[in-house]
Design a binder for this molecule. Sequence first.
Ligand code: NAG
Ligand code: NAG
Length: 570
Amino acid sequence: MIIFIYLVRLAFQFKPYQVEFNYDPGPVRPELYPVSKTLTLPRGWPAKIPKIQSELVVETPQMAHAREGRLQELRATFQVTWRGYRQEAWGKDELRPISGGFKTPFCGWGATLVDSLDTLWIMELYDEFIEAVREVQKIDFTGTEGCQINLFETTIRHLGGLLSAFDLSGGEYYILIEKAVELAEVLFTAFDTPNRMPTPFLVWSATNPDANNHEPSQSSVLAMLGTLSLEFTRLSQITGNDKYFDGIQRVMNELEKWQSQTSLPGMWPAIVDSAIFNQSFALGSPPGGSEELFTLGALADSAYEYLPKQYMMLGGQSKQYRNMYERFVEVAKEHLFFRPMTIGNKDILLSGTVKKTANGVARFSPDVEHLSCFTGGMLAIAGKIFNRPDDVTQGRKLADGCVWAYQNTISGIMPEAFTAVPCENKSYCCWNEKAWYDAVDPVSDPGTVRWGINSERLSPGFAKVKDKRYLLRPEAIESVFILYRITGDEYWRERGWDMFTAISAHTKTQLAHSAIDNVLVPSPGKLDEMESFWLAETLKYFFLLYSDPCVVSLDEYVFNTEAHPLKRPS
Ligand SMILES: *[C@@H]1O[C@H](CO)[C@@H](O)[C@H](O)[C@H]1NC(C)=O
Ligand SMILES: *[C@@H]1O[C@H](CO)[C@@H](O)[C@H](O)[C@H]1NC(C)=O
């Protein structure tokens, strides 16, 4: 018996786990720079990864009733938007939520349609799901001549959306994998460069082979390079074709080699030269010795987010991604995370930025972006799977920092970008009106500063609001959702509902919901923009916050950066 079990185990070990189909239509065209040996997925038995979610909380009938009511309201909000999209922009990239009609920023491949598939499934809107899958079937990813493809956005939205809908629906809709492979073959031509570092934008042509002669970029966005791994890895696992994994693994290997030799060792600058292919690294700082930015916000964010997630996606079989996470997070804790000065002296954290000048001087700025609000959830998850309790603690404080930023505006919504007032001591910090005034304006007299504060409508603790908009972004509710699943603490569900109430009221239009121009005023104006992440991410995280925690458990799925749950090996 023992020998039998051993043999079965052995048989599995020499196959890529989780091969669901052997589907390989072959590359859309021969490669100019093929690899000599394909890097393969780790073939071993998945390692035991500690549980992320808390034990189930026992619910009273009243609690269950209130929770159901919130789910109904969230589903209704989704349905209104979906109907607006279906009526005005069906199959197109984005709905214009005020004027009606559509926009086409992503090659017209139905960004909102593809991105929303898994939300439809999670909300149990199965008729709408089936109708949407039929429409997805009509998209021809190989037939779009001359469109400039954004590798990063198309990978996270379209490829992630298709794979996630496939995983959630139990692998029954085979067409979703056919479409994912059709798209991936087009996207994969981006990796066909002399040093195999992908080109960020590609102009696809089925008829002109010269159009597919790509070069790596001297100024690649870090997030683009580091946010391809989950989707292409999952595709390799499902299809059994290792080449997609090979594509991203070469990039991640270069990031790893360089990690300890950047100008802020442990982190990478937000802009990367990916064309240095005659040096020992394929990646380096951009030429010209310009100022470098180190941040967890725009340009960099999900490159860090994917490190612990990729560890899970590979079944914990490679220490590489754990090491990369641990190396970076210590640096972020020391140099980026800070405690903002708040009325009430809240023990919270925010993530700022470090700029390094050409002559090596490092300058910290307490500049915060809505985009960096994913950080709390990332630390909390990594703290669980790597058994690092301090990361869970700091993750909770970071998530709470974004909750504070929502509470600190009259609309109840955090601005896109603001500057806070950092405390000098993270463990002991008292509100200091003068320090706030100095941060707002270090030169003028208090009367003038007060006038400025009033006219700018700055709330206490905001030194400056660089971008007053709210673009329907999900990062804050994402972290609130994760903290709820990890702790089971109702606090997060209550704060989440405050956020939803504010967002819903201020962004609602006749057709759907819209980005708004100024969260610092009681009645913000609307911008006629609705990116696909409103349905794909923001409403999904709100919905999952009030769902039964067994629905899309964090112990079974990893979410890509566009909130698409992908099944992980267990
Ligand atoms: C890389 O190669 C090119 C062309 O061979 C050369 O001009 C350039 O100086 C090299 N760069 C480095 C950093 O060695
Ligand atoms: C911060 O404040 C605490 C409590 O007053 C004190 O023990 C600690 O030394 C301070 N840390 C720094 C870096 O000043």
